[in-house]
Design a protein around this ligand. Structure first.
Ligand code: AMP
Ligand code: MG
Length: 536
């Protein structure tokens, strides 16, 4: 058993380690890299670090876990969530999973640098798994070190919380600590490795099970264990579906299709690009997980991906995300088939995905432009034309939709001096808009004005509704990078500022206007702002 921490604090945490209790463990207790068969996880202890320091914690996640401010600011907290000590009831382990990476089966992957500490039951009876990312090697680390650097940890910490406050299903982040150790990384795999500060994030989620957890068992023909994991997942994470049975299996897969569609629609709504939608990064709960080389659209560009590893193929570009979601679900369907043993319902669910996505997209886009409902006769064209026009000149997605909410009927009048004037802030080159563009946008505004008139909504009501789906503040790529630049000098203030800012992304925050502006020119091609890699 693990060593108990001497301090008796944090004993508000109540553990119930269901996953390890119900599913088979790898019998090998030693921590060396290997293929792990006939098991869902391996027990492993986090690696101790020399000098852990708390960078920030999320007060909302602390509340979820019933942790007080005092507890979060204690040295015990920092030691625990750096992986330096364990509470008696923790039972740390790394999960075994496989995955399709960039379209090809990659075999066993697993938690190479994630260690689950245990499951908390909070005082509302909710179940939360605590997981350290970057706390040292595990049997699944393959050729890598099991560590994470400060820059990528800040990106994960801030974005998890930002996504939650945007109303997007996601894993959460409790804390980020620096370890006092240096970690060698070759950021662009181009022969320029550099020592970077190491860090550990404590992620929190009802479950971290991925499509890949099922795929690995299927690929190894471990069908009994596959059934066990499916049944366990349904009973634990989908209890409303009832006792596992043939019908429940297909209802479960349908639900996974539905939650995956919903998650991706949210991403499309706010301009989020995950960057690495491999099946090992797809949560069975439809949560956004594994924040790596993700990014936010600045100029609306359907083909954009922040991930330099994907610069050629653009497999995981913004507009390809819905299609990839379905491709990943197909891999999941293939993986669970040996247990489900019914082809048609799985195929039906996959077909339903297209339908759900299209309906969801229509509804979401109608909301973004402030229409009361989506009307097929007119709105396919209005929305389709807008998406095309947005890509003719570099137009900031976030600013554009906020400005569109402000635009009044008189503003859109062709007789007015410049119908585009209210939108100018959204353009990266407002002074050089081509005439053809002006004409197209002016015409679009005319059709939009006529369509809006049919809804008969007061301007203030429409504006309010639009501002609830179009955020004012997102974790712009360059903002995260500025916080990282500061943090790397030991100043964590901007991490705290952004965490605070992003707690209310839909609100006007007049004192924070500077965080709602377009990407500055210096950030256009800067590493970390527009180009990211999987090296983290
Ligand atoms: P990712 O692309 O970050 O989702 O990672 C893919 C796989 O590589 C997962 O199994 C990770 O756990 C593993 N991995 C990524 N980075 C590291 C690292 N520094 N050390 C060990 N394993 C890693
Ligand atoms: Mg991953």
């Amino acid at each position: 058993m693990n060593t108990m921490l001497s301090a008796r604090s944090l004993d508000s945490l109540r553990f119930d380690n269901n996953f390890v209790r119900q599913l088979p463990a790898d019998p090998q207790p030693e921590n060396y890299r290997r293929q792990v068969q006939n098991a869902c996880y391996s027990r492993v202890t986090p690696t101790k670090v020399s000098n852990p320091k708390l960078v920030a914690y999320s007060k909302e996640v602390a509340e979820l876990l019933n942790l007080s401010q005092k507890e979060c600011e204690s040295s015990t907290f920092t030691e625990l969530f750096a992986g330096n000590s364990l509470l008696e009831d923790m039972d740390p382990f790394a999960m075994c999973y496989g995955g399709h990476q960039f379209g090809s089966w990659a075999g066993q992957l697993g938690d190479g640098r994630a260690i689950n500490l245990g499951e908390i039951i909070n005082n509302q009876d909710q179940r939360w798994m605590l997981q350290l990312k970057g706390a040292g090697p595990t049997p699944y680390s393959r050729s890598a070190d099991g560590l994470a650097v400060l820059r990528s940890s800040i990106r994960e910490f801030l974005c998890s919380e930002a996504m939650h406050h945007l109303g997007i299903p996601t894993s959460r982040a409790l804390s980020i600590v620096t370890t006092g150790e240096l970690v060698l990384r070759d950021m662009f795999y181009d022969g320029h490795p550099k020592d970077e500060p190491g860090a550990v994030v404590c992620r929190v989620s009802p479950s971290f099970t991925r499509f890949g957890n099922f795929e690995i068992l299927s690929a190894r023909n471990e069908t009994d264990l596959l059934k066990k994991l499916i049944d366990y997942t349904i009973q634990t994470d989908f209890p409303h579906l009832g006792t596992p049975s043939a019908e429940v299996y297909t209802a479960w897969f349908k639900e996974v299709c539905r939650t995956t569609v919903e998650m991706i629609l949210h991403w499309m709504r706010v301009g989020f690009v995950h960057g690495v939608m491999n099946t090992d990064n797809m949560s069975i709960l439809g949560l956004t997980i594994d924040y790596g080389p993700y990014g936010w659209l600045e100029g609306y560009d359907a083909n954009w991906t922040p991930n330099t590893t994907d610069a050629q193929g653009k497999r995981y570009s913004f507009s390809n995300q819905p299609h990839i979601g379905q491709w990943n679900l197909l891999q999941l369907a293939n993986a669970i088939y040996p247990v489900v043993q019914q082809k048609e319902p799985l195929q039906e669910a996959l077909a339903m995905y297209n339908d759900l996505f299209q309906k969801g997209w229509n509804r979401m886009m109608a909301e973004k432009i402030g229409l009361a409902t989506f009307n097929h006769n007119s709105d396919d064209t209005i929305i389709g034309d807008l998406i095309d026009i947005l890509q003719l000149v570099e137009t900031d997605m976030t600013i554009f939709f906020r400005k569109l909410a402000d635009i009044s009927d008189t503003d859109m009048d062709t007789a007015s001096a410049d119908p585009l004037a209210p939108l100018l802030d959204a353009y990266y080159a407002p002074d050089t808009l081509p005439d053809g563009y002006r004409e197209k946008m002016t015409n679009w505004l005319q059709s939009y004005k006529m369509r809006r008139a049919q809804d008969n909504l007061p301007q203030s009501v429409r504006r309010e509704k639009m501002n609830r789906v179009n955020p004012k503040y997102v974790l712009r790529n360059y903002l995260a990078q500025l916080a990282i630049d500061k943090a790397e000098t030991g100043d964590y203030s901007m991490v705290g500022e952004l965490l605070e800012l992003l707690r209310a992304p839909y609100d006007e925050q007049p004192e924070n206007e500077n965080y709602a502006v377009k990407r500055p020119e210096w950030a256009r091609n800067r590493a970390g702002c527009s180009m990211l890699s999987c090296s983290s």
